[in-house]
Design a protein around this ligand. Structure first.
Ligand code: G3H
Ligand code: ZN
Length: 279
């Protein structure tokens, strides 16, 4: 069922899991992600970025996620998370719509501005008992239609102060992870360990697509609680449409093609769930 973000974090700790967080954009991706978690019998996050919410709305996504989970009769715990929340208004709209966890991504702002933005969102979110993920450092690569060439690894000496000042509950770090499929990630483990040592809260890795699974599993020792996967699932979905069109230019049964795409996304998500925790 759809669960509160703090409850989901407790579940991860209790079962010693790193929770995959899969990016959705629409009904088909949501259905595939829910089914993958349900079929694997493990919990995790469905998330959508501020940017992709422009295509629908927080209310549409929250209602749809609840409906899909009810219809599929899902019993495994799933959180609905705002990914790369770009403004206070986005954070507020998602919490008001029923999201159970949020991220405030002000990492492109100067350090003090980042703190200010996260602190404001944390105060609002905590009033509703919703956890907040913040980001410290710059993650290079392609995130939706935004390409960042900022590669500012997280400074371990900033971590404690940042967490204390912002009140964030989870911290996304830049330790050699990248967004998208165009760059090669390579986790800097000494840095990750240093960051983890200084962080009073669990860590999140963005840019899961492309990180070798043995590296993700190793990162688990550094208080990792969540890994984000976007591109891998979108690629599986979009590829199906390309292949279908190549095979038959006269295929007009959209549902047949979409459900083949959903099946591919389920397989990709299940493989990730399996690999991340060796279940
Ligand atoms: O926030 C979303 C993720 O960081 C997605 O990254 O597309 O490289 O898997 P990815
Ligand atoms: Zn990300």
């Amino acid at each position: 069922q759809l669960v509160n973000g703090f409850t989901l974090m407790d579940y991860a700790k209790k079962h010693n899991l790193v929770l995959p967080a899969f990016n959705t954009t629409d009904y088909e991706m949501t259905l595939a992600i829910v089914k993958a978690f349900d079929e694997m019998g493990l919990g995790g996050y469905i998330q959508i970025s501020s940017n992709n919410l422009k295509f629908s709305s927080p209310q549409i996504i929250a209602n749809m996620t609840r409906e899909v989970m009810e219809r599929e009769n899902v019993s495994t715990p799933i959180g609905l998370h705002l990914d790369h929340g770009k403004s206070f208004d986005d954070v507020k709209a998602c919490i008001d719509a029923g999201f159970t966890s949020v991220m405030v991504d002000a990492s492109e702002l100067p350090y003090k501005e980042n703190i200010k933005a996260v602190k404001r969102a944390s105060e609002y979110a905590h009033f509703f008992n919703i956890p907040v993920e913040a980001e410290l450092g710059g993650i290079k690569g392609k995130e939706d239609d935004h390409v960042s060439d900022v590669n500012a690894k997280t400074h371990p000496e900033d971590v404690l102060n940042f967490v204390e000042k912002t009140g964030c509950d989870v911290l996304a770090v830049a330790v050699g992870n990248v967004h998208g499929l165009d760059l090669s990630p390579n986790l800097d483990f000494p840095l990750l360990e240093e960051v983890a040592k200084n962080s009073p809260v669990p860590l999140v890795l963005h840019g899961g697509s492309g990180i070798p699974f043995d590296q993700v599993r190793k990162a688990k020792n550094s208080n990792l609680i969540k890994v984000n996967y976007g591109s891998d699932l979108r690629k599986a979905y979009i590829k199906t449409f390309g292949q279908s069109y190549d095979q038959n230019h006269n295929e007009f049964n959209l549902i047949a093609v979409a459900s083949a795409g959903v099946d591919k996304v389920i397989d990709a998500a299940k493989n990730i769930i399996h690999e991340v925790n060796e279940v």
